[in-house]
Design a protein around this ligand. Structure first.
Ligand SMILES: Nc1ncnc2c1ncn2[C@@H]1O[C@H](COP(=O)(O)OP(=O)(O)OP(=O)(O)O)[C@@H](O)[C@H]1O
Ligand SMILES: Cc1ncc(CO)c(N)n1
Length: 566
C-alpha cells in the first residue's frame, strides 16, 4: 500500500517505519466459534442474546488498539477510560504511532503474527468480559482480529472504526475499508464518527445531524448491527449521539458542546468506557448515557492536565481525582513546606539551643513548663472537639485518646516537673501562681493567643480545619523532640534536663503524629478547595504560635530574683 496514506500531508516529510501490507478479511477464513455454543461465523453480534454479567466486580476489558505515546488516544486512553469505570484493563497493541497532541508523525505496524500471539495469550488464560477495538490500520490486522473474534466470541465487543485522528491524520489504509466492513457484524456496537460513517457507507460525510442519524440507520440495517452515531464532528453548539438498532430504533442522547480544544481521543475513550460499562449495566442506552456524562466531565476538566500545545487529552480520571485528589497525599507536605520558615525559626531559638546545651535558665524552663501545662488543658478540649467531628470511629478514638493523653501529661507536668521547677516566688505573690503545685497558673500572652486561636477553630471550623489547627503541636513538637533528643544523646556527662529530654524520644508520639498527618491528608482529599484553604490558614497560624511558644520563656518569664538560682 501507499505508506503516505497513513499520515497527513503536512507530515509527509517524516517516513513511515514500516511498509504496511494490505489484506482483506475473507468470510471463509473466519472459523465458526466453538467457545460460545451455537454461534456461527458471521452471525451479527448485535443480534445475539444480551451478554452475561461478569463474575467479578471489575470487568476484564481488552483493548485491541494502537499506541499513542502522548497518552490521550489509543490504548493509553483506553486503559484510563476502562480504569475510570472500574474495569481491569488489558491491551493488545495493533500498531505503534509516533504522535502528540498536534498530529501523527509515523506509524509502525508490527508483524501481524505477533498480534495473533498477543490475543491468543490473553484469551487462552483470561476470561474476557468485553473487547474494545480501536485503530487496526491495515486489512491484514483486521483479518487477524476478525478471526480471533469469531473464534473467541467475547460477550461484549465495541468496535470503533478508527480511520482518522482528531488532528486529521489518516490511521487506516483506504483499501482496508472492505476488511473493516467484514468486521462490523462481529461487534455488538459500532461507534463511527460522522466522516467514518460516510466511508463505511461509501457516501459523502453527513452535513447535518438528521442526515448522520439517517446514515446510521442505513449502516445498522445493511449490516444488522447496532450503531452509535457520534456528533463530535458537527459544526453545532449541540453535541448529540444516537444509538441506532438494527431494526431502525433510534435512541438519541443530547449533549452540549464543551468549548475546549482538548478533544484528542474522545472517540477512543468513549468506546472503551462503553465496553466497560456494558458488562456492568447490561443495557446499551444506560451505558451510553453514563459514558457520555463521564466524557463531558473529562472534557470540562481537561485544561487541568495542561498536556501539549495542540488538541490535548481529556481528563479521564477527573472523577476519581475529585475524591482522591492527586496531590492530596502531599497536602501535608505542602503545609510542611509552607512552614519551613517557622521550623527554621524554632531551631534557631535560644530556648532550643540552650535546652539542648543544658545551659537553659531554670526560670525559663519553669515558665515553659507552666505555660505548657496551661496550654494542654485547652488543647485537650480541642482534640475532644476533633473527636466529636471525626467521620469514622477510628479517628474519633484517635482524637479522644489524644485528648486523654494531654490531660495525663498535664497532670504529670504539675506532679513531676513544676514541683521541681517552681516559678519565681514574687510572681506567685503577684497572682501568677495560685495554690501549690502551680494549679491556677496564669496564661502568658502567647499561650492565650494560641489557645484563643485553637478554640476559635474548634468553635466554628470544619473537621479538616480543627485537624489542621491541632497538627503543628504534634508535628513541630515531634520535630523539636527529634532534634533535641539527637543532641541529648551526643551530650557528654550528665545533662541537667536529661530526664525531660528523654521524654521527647517517644516512639508512640512519633506514631501518633504520623496518624494525625494521615488524617489531615484524608480530610484534605475529601474537602473542597475552600476547606483546604481554611486548613492551610489554621495550620499556618498554629505553626506561627508554636514558634512564639518556644520563644516566650525568654520574653515573658519573670525576671530573676536574688534568691532564685539561675
Ligand atoms: N466538544 C465536545 N463537547 C462535548 N462532547 C464532545 C465534544 N467533542 C466530542 N464529544 C463527544 O465525544 C464523543 C466522541 O465523538 P467524536 O465524534 O469526536 O468521535 P471521534 O471523532 O471518533 O473521536 P476522536 O477524537 O477520538 O477521533 C461523542 O460522544 C461526542 O458527542
Ligand atoms: C493510536 C490511536 N488510535 C486512535 C486515535 C484516534 O483518536 C489516535 N489518534 N491514535
Amino acid at each position: 500500500m501507499d505508506t503516505t496514506a497513513l499520515v497527513s500531508s503536512d507530515q509527509d516529510a517524516l517516513p513511515l517505519a514500516s511498509t504496511v501490507q494490505a489484506s482483506t478479511v475473507q468470510a471463509s477464513t473466519i472459523p465458526a466459534s466453538t467457545v460460545h455454543g451455537s454461534l456461527v461465523a458471521g452471525s451479527p453480534a448485535a443480534a445475539l442474546p444480551v451478554p452475561h454479567l461478569p463474575g467479578t466486580r471489575h470487568p476484564r476489558v481488552l483493548s485491541i488498539a494502537g499506541s499513542d505515546p502522548s497518552g490521550g488516544a489509543g490504548i493509553q486512553a483506553d486503559i484510563k477510560a476502562i480504569s475510570a469505570h472500574g474495569g481491569y484493563a488489558m491491551a493488545a497493541i495493533t500498531a505503534l504511532t509516533a504522535q502528540n497532541t498536534r498530529g501523527v508523525r509515523e506509524i509502525h505496524v508490527p508483524d501481524v503474527g505477533f498480534l495473533r500471539a498477543q490475543l491468543e495469550a490473553i484469551s487462552e488464560d483470561i476470561s474476557i468480559d468485553a473487547v474494545k477495538i480501536g485503530m487496526l490500520g491495515t486489512a491484514e490486522v483486521m483479518s487477524a482480529v476478525g478471526q480471533w473474534l469469531a473464534a473467541t466470541r467475547p460477550p461484549v465487543v465495541v468496535l470503533d472504526p478508527v480511520m482518522v485522528a482528531t488532528s486529521g491524520d489518516t490511521l487506516m489504509a483506504p483499501e482496508a475499508r472492505n476488511a473493516m466492513l467484514s468486521l462490523l457484524s462481529l461487534a455488538h456496537l459500532v461507534t463511527p464518527n460522522i466522516p467514518e460513517l460516510g466511508v463505511l457507507l461509501g457516501k459523502p460525510a453527513a452535513s447535518s445531524w438528521d442526515e448522520a442519524v439517517q446514515q446510521g440507520k442505513e449502516l445498522a440495517a445493511e449490516h444488522q448491527i447496532r450503531v452509535l452515531v457520534k456528533g463530535g464532528h458537527l459544526a453545532s453548539r449541540k453535541c448529540p449521539d444516537a444509538l441506532v438498532s438494527a431494526d431502525g430504533t433510534v435512541h438519541e442522547f443530547m449533549g452540549t458542546r464543551i468549548d475546549t480544544p482538548n478533544t484528542h481521543g474522545t472517540g477512543c475513550s468513549l468506546s472503551a468506557a462503553l465496553a466497560t460499562l456494558m458488562p456492568q449495566l447490561n443495557d446499551w442506552p444506560r451505558s451510553v448515557a453514563r459514558a457520555k456524562a463521564w466524557l463531558a466531565r473529562a472534557l470540562e476538566t481537561s485544561a487541568e492536565l495542561a498536556v501539549g500545545h495542540g488538541s490535548g487529552p481529556v481528563n479521564h480520571l477527573s472523577e476519581l481525582w475529585a475524591t482522591a485528589a492527586p496531590h492530596a497525599d502531599s497536602f501535608s507536605q505542602e503545609l510542611w513546606a509552607d512552614c519551613a520558615e517557622q521550623r527554621a525559626a524554632i531551631a534557631s531559638l535560644d530556648f532550643i539551643s540552650e535546652l539542648a546545651a543544658g545551659t537553659l535558665a531554670r526560670r525559663h524552663f519553669a515558665y515553659y513548663l507552666a505555660q505548657d501545662a496551661l496550654y494542654l488543658g485547652t488543647y485537650s478540649r480541642v482534640l475532644a472537639r476533633a473527636s466529636a467531628l471525626a467521620p469514622t470511629e477510628a479517628e474519633q478514638k484517635f482524637w479522644a485518646g489524644g485528648a486523654q493523653n494531654c490531660l495525663e501529661v498535664e497532670v504529670s507536668l504539675h506532679r513531676d516537673w513544676l514541683s521541681q521547677y517552681p516559678l519565681e516566688r514574687e510572681h506567685d505573690a503577684a497572682g501568677l501562681l495560685e495554690g501549690g503545685q502551680g494549679a491556677g497558673l496564669m496564661q502568658g500572652p502567647v499561650t492565650k493567643h494560641y489557645v484563643d486561636h485553637l478554640q476559635g477553630v474548634a468553635f466554628s471550623g470544619s473537621y479538616g480545619e480543627v485537624v489542621a489547627a491541632v497538627l503543628p503541636c504534634y508535628w513541630l513538637y515531634a520535630e523539636v523532640g527529634r532534634m533535641l533528643h539527637t543532641e541529648y544523646l551526643a551530650f557528654e556527662g550528665e545533662h541537667p534536663y536529661g530526664a525531660w529530654l528523654q521524654t521527647y524520644a517517644s516512639e508512640e508520639f512519633a506514631k501518633a503524629t504520623e496518624t494525625a498527618i494521615a488524617i489531615l491528608d484524608n480530610a484534605a482529599r475529601s474537602g473542597s478547595v475552600r476547606e483546604r484553604a481554611g486548613m492551610k490558614a489554621a495550620f499556618a497560624h498554629s505553626a506561627a504560635y508554636e514558634v512564639d511558644f518556644f520563644a516566650a520563656p525568654h520574653l515573658h518569664a519573670p525576671a530573676p530574683q536574688d534568691t532564685q538560682s539561675d
